[in-house]
Ligand binder design. Structure first.
Ligand code: SF4
Length: 343
């Protein structure tokens, strides 16, 4: 083995004995170098599920505070199941992609109603919970129950694609099949909790998309991409171009109250926002303020214009006292605009 490192010979992960030493090397590295993240200290499947939902599309550094606040407010699956949706959305505010919060809430209710509040241990039952896909099910099964379940998410996909030198786009069906097959083949029967954490950690800290630190990598000698140009992997389909959008809204204050409208579409369902404005420029108005935010492949400019109070609020609209705005669950860009204008 030592000579393999010296001579640059790669150890093929197809060989079972190499897989075993690969797993031990990765786990050993993680024991020494893994970051101490709050969700790695628990084996509570509910807390693991909360962290996994939050970590979908949100950075670790942002999630940490939300995770602690969430578990303080909803410490158990029963507490979350019993909560009102407005409370759940309020606690999620700022994380975006609110379907995650609604699915987490629905999953807690399913665990309470179908499993008497005890989290199921079987992979298929976990995967059948609302909003739980193959990755999240594997994460809960391995992190909470230490079951041998493979995981493929952004970090592990990158590491696996490089380890096996996968030269097809990973965001296609054949690419996904190849990744899951590799993940399945490489996940050990024992210590899957540590192994999966280690694989994710390697992707987050060493096998980064730009400038992977191969010379510091504990599994360099098993990596089929390292002698080539690992930075070029994984291959992905061409990205959609960013599209600029403008969202014009009304700032309508009357007798110390602000007019808000509750979202009904899938994007901000249940959340309050400033009412939309059809044609602000018809009156030549300047916006009171504007801000920019990204949404999938859109770059949105939110502009807020003054507008007169209607005689009767429209559908899904309501007046909210200015001093009570912080207690209302609000879409994050609208919260920023409201805070700026309500100083
Ligand atoms: S050797 Fe380099 S490319 Fe291969 S897994 Fe390690 S860091 Fe990633």
């Amino acid at each position: 083995m030592a000579s393999a490192r010296k001579t640059g010979t790669r150890l093929r992960l197809k060989e079972p004995e190499n897989r075993a030493t690969f797993q031990s090397a990765l786990i050993e590295w993680f024991r020494q170098h893994g970051r101490d993240l709050p969700w790695r200290r628990t084996h509570d499947p509910y807390a693991v599920l909360v962290s996994e939902f939050m970590l979908q599309q949100t950075q670790v550094a942002t999630v940490i505070d939300y995770y602690h606040r969430w578990l303080e407010r909803f410490p158990t699956v029963e507490a979350l199941a019993a909560a009102d949706e407005a409370d759940v959305l309020r606690m999620w505010e700022g994380l975006g992609y609110y379907a995650r919060a609604r699915n987490l809430h629905a999953a807690a209710r399913r665990v309470r109603d179908e499993y008497g509040g005890r989290f199921p241990r079987e992979l298929e039952k976990i995967a059948a919970l609302p909003g739980v896909g193959r990755y999240t099910a594997g994460a809960v099964a391995s992190f909470a129950f230490d079951l041998s379940a493979p995981i493929v998410e952004a970090n592990t996909a990158r590491v696996l694609a490089r380890l096996i030198h996968l030269r097809i786009p990973i965001d296609t069906a054949p690419g996904q099949r190849a990744l899951w097959a590799a993940a399945e083949e490489l996940t050990p029967a024992a210590e899957a909790r540590l192994y999966n954490s280690a694989l994710m950690e390697l992707g987050a800290t060493v096998c980064r998309s730009r400038a992977p630190q191969c010379l510091l990598c504990p599994v360099l000698r098993y990596c089929a991409a390292a002698p080539h140009d690992p930075e070029r992997l994984p291959i992905k389909k061409a990205r959609k171009a960013t599209i600029a959008l403008t969202e014009d809204c009304a700032w309508i204050v009357h007798e110390g109250r602000l007019l808000l409208q509750q979202g009904v579409g899938s994007r901000w369902k249940g959340l309050w926002k400033l009412p939309p404005l059809a044609d602000p420029l018809a009156n030549g108005e300047e916006p009171l303020m504007q801000l920019a935010y990204p949404f999938t492949h859109y770059q949105v400019t939110l502009r807020v214009f003054p507008a007169p109070a209607p005689l009767v609020p429209g559908a899904n609209q309501a007046w909210c006292p200015l001093e009570g705005l912080e207690t209302v669950a609000m879409a994050a860009p609208h919260r920023r605009a409201v805070r700026q204008l309500n100083k």
